[in-house]
Ligand binder design. Structure first.
Ligand code: SF4
Length: 271
C-alpha cells in the first residue's frame, strides 16, 4: 500500500487492542503510563535471560546457563526499572530465586528441544488500510517469540511468563491467539515464507512452584484474517481506527489498577 501511515504502532502492542481497546488507546494513543510491580519486572528479566541463551544457540557465542541467569538478575536489578512497591507481592530475593530457577530449567531442559531459526525477530513494516484514508503501520520485533523449525515447517514459539501461565501441567493458551496470529502474519510478510507448523506457547509459571510447560494454538492466523463466513480481527481493528471507537473490556485480565493506567478515570471498569 502506498498511503503514508496515519499512525505507527509497535507490533507487540497490537494484541492488546483486542484485549481492552480502551486501555490500548490510553497507552498507545493518549500516552498514559503506569509503573510496574516486581512480578512484572521478573517476567521481563526472565525473557531477557532466556533470549540471550537462545540467541547464543543460533550464533554459537557460548552463553552458558549461568550467564543467562546472570542476565536475568542484572535485568531484574536494573536501576532503570521503575517499581511501584505497593504492587509487589514478592521480595527481590524471592523474585531472584524464581527467576534463576526458571531460566536454568528453561535453558537446560526446554530450549534444547527446539530448532530455533530466529529469536525476537525484526519485522518489516506492515500497513493496514482501514479505509477513509486511515492507514495503521505495525513495526518492531516479535517480542519474546521465537521462530521454530519442525518437520511441519516453521512456526511461532512464544514464551509467556506469569503467575498462571501453566495450569494442570499445560501452558495456558487462552487469550494469546490474537498475538500469535499477528506474529504469524508479520513473519510471513517479512520473510515471504509461509507458517505451516502449529504455534506453541511455552509457559513459565512464576507463582508457587516454578514450572514450565507448553500448549498449542492451531488457527491463530485465521482469527486475524477471518474466512469466507467470518470477519477476522483485522477488520474489527480497522473499524475501530476508522471510527475512533475503542471499546472497553472490564473483563480483561489486565483490568486492574496494577496493569491499567486508565483505571482511575475509566467509568467502564464497574468498581
Ligand atoms: S479500567 Fe478496565 S475497562 Fe477500563 S480501560 Fe482499563 S482495562 Fe479497560
Amino acid at each position: 500500500m502506498s498511503n503514508e501511515p496515519s499512525l505507527t504502532v509497535r507490533a507487540s502492542s497490537w494484541p492488546g487492542l483486542f484485549d481492552c481497546a480502551y486501555r490500548w488507546e490510553g497507552i498507545h494513543l493518549l500516552g498514559m503510563r503506569n509503573t510496574v510491580g516486581l512480578r512484572a519486572a521478573l517476567g521481563t528479566a526472565i525473557h531477557a535471560g532466556t533470549a540471550v541463551f537462545d540467541q547464543s544457540r543460533l550464533d554459537d557465542s557460548g552463553v552458558s546457563i549461568i550467564d543467562a541467569a546472570g542476565v536475568m538478575v542484572d535485568k531484574l536489578r536494573d536501576p532503570e526499572n521503575e517499581f511501584d512497591h505497593g504492587k509487589d507481592d514478592i521480595t527481590m530475593k524471592e523474585a531472584e530465586f524464581i527467576g534463576i530457577s526458571l531460566v536454568s530449567e528453561y535453558c537446560a531442559k526446554w530450549s534444547p528441544k527446539y530448532n530455533f531459526v530466529a529469536i525476537e525477530m525484526d519485522t518489516k513494516e506492515f500497513d493496514i488500510d482501514c479505509g477513509n484514508g486511515v492507514v495503521i503501520r505495525l513495526k518492531g520485533t516479535l517480542d519474546r517469540a521465537r521462530i521454530k523449525k519442525t518437520s511441519m515447517g516453521v512456526g511461532i514459539a512464544d514464551l509467556k511468563s506469569g503467575g498462571n501461565s501453566v495450569q494442570n501441567g499445560v501452558a495456558v493458551t487462552k487469550g494469546h491467539a490474537a498475538q500469535i496470529g499477528t506474529y504469524e502474519l508479520l513473519y510471513e510478510h517479512t520473510t515471504g515464507q509461509q507458517i505451516t507448523s502449529e504455534a506453541e506457547i511455552i509457559g513459565l509459571k512464576t507463582k508457587g512452584k516454578a514450572e514450565i510447560a507448553t500448549g498449542v494454538i492451531g488457527n491463530a492466523k485465521q482469527i486475524m484474517v477471518g474466512d469466507e463466513n467470518n470477519k477476522g480481527l483485522i477488520e474489527f481493528a480497522a473499524n475501530m481506527f476508522r471510527s475512533g471507537m475503542f471499546y472497553p473490556n472490564p473483563k480483561s485480565t489486565l483490568c486492574s489498577v496494577k496493569y491499567c493506567p486508565r483505571w482511575k478515570k475509566c467509568i467502564f471498569k464497574g468498581d
